[in-house]
Design a binder for this molecule. Structure first.
Ligand SMILES: C[S@@+](CC[C@H](N)C(=O)[O-])C[C@H]1O[C@@H](n2cnc3c(N)ncnc32)[C@H](O)[C@@H]1O
Length: 265
């Protein structure tokens, strides 16, 4: 396994490895939930269940990091024999990290994905009959607004799923502002699902101000995360989903504010 000057490996609760970043003073995953478990429970399972039945999915994975969310998506689709093609676009600032992932010690669930891990790490791209992965090196705040509408070809050229999994708002605020969520919204299909671990009031406000409808999500035995969509979701379709009444929250806490770019640039 590769060693890094500014990161060190941590064994998380479910036995999967993550890294700790000294630059951000934060782990890449919740050590309490476990790296693989967090990826599956907070992002992949709810998003794919809510989008089930689609023959093609365009997914924006913010950001690639160790690639858990991308790889867990492929793992889940294969495990459940889902008959859908998947195109994942994932920005990432840290090219050296992505290049090192061919040597990362992933959990056994990803063993069959080794050729994909290697291709993504070496070429920043992978494609077969079912899956396409593109890793976009650079600052997501610059690369994402430049994505042309023709980028995703099938069937709507819009994004069906967003995994909003940046470092937390207190250490990486520019990936949680109202303006950032506006850039994301511009790429989203009307029934897109956004998943995030952040339940902070500022995150909710930034999404709400961009027209997202919000839901708390707490499957049994796990901590709460957030799901957002531009169209109402049938809460009965996914156990543990509860609509958040943002107008009521705003009435109760009129001081609550979204993060704004101007405060950080
Ligand atoms: C919490 S980690 C992502 C974990 C990842 N989703 C996974 O499953 O392994 C956050 C990632 O965002 C990247 N990052 C930070 N600022 C960025 C930016 N402005 N643009 C693109 N990537 C950024 C960091 O290098 C880091 O890899």
């Amino acid at each position: 396994m590769q060693t890094y000057p500014d990161k060190h490996p941590i064994l998380t609760e479910d036995g999967s490895l993550t890294l700790y970043s000294s630059e951000y003073d934060q782990a890449y995953h919740s050590t309490q939930d476990g790296a693989l478990t967090e990826s599956l429970i907070k992002h992949v399972i709810p998003a794919l269940r809510l989008q089930q039945g689609k023959t093609h999915l365009n997914i924006l994975d913010i950001n690639y990091g160790l690639g858990y969310n991308t790889l867990a998506t492929l793992y889940y689709v294969r495990k459940h024999h889902l008959d859908t093609t998947v195109h994942i676009l994932s920005p990432e600032l840290d090219e050296a990290l992505v290049r090192s992932l061919k040597d990362f010690d992933y959990p056994p669930e990803f063993d069959n994905l080794r050729p994909i891990v290697d291709a993504a790490s070496k070429d920043l791209h992978y494609k077969d009959e079912q899956f396409t992965i593109d890793i976009l090196i650079g600052d997501a705040r610059k690369t994402i607004p430049k994505i042309p509408t023709s980028y995703f070809l099938l069937p709507t050229s819009k994004i069906d799923i967003v995994y909003q999994d940046a470092f937390s708002p207190n250490v990486n605020p520019l990936l949680w502002t109202r303006e950032w969520f506006a850039d994301i919204r511009a790429l989203c299909a009307e029934d897109a699902i956004l998943t995030t671990y952040s339940i902070a009031a500022a995150t909710r406000m930034g999404l709400h101000e961009n027209g997202f409808i919000l839901y708390g999500y707490r499957p049994e035995g796990t901590r709460r995360s957030l799901i957002a969509s531009l169209s109402p979701i049938k809460t009965g379709g996914l156990e543990g989903l509860e609509w958040i009444d943002m107008e009521l929250k705003i009435k109760r806490n009129p001081q609550g504010r979204s993060l704004r770019d101007g405060e950080f640039v």
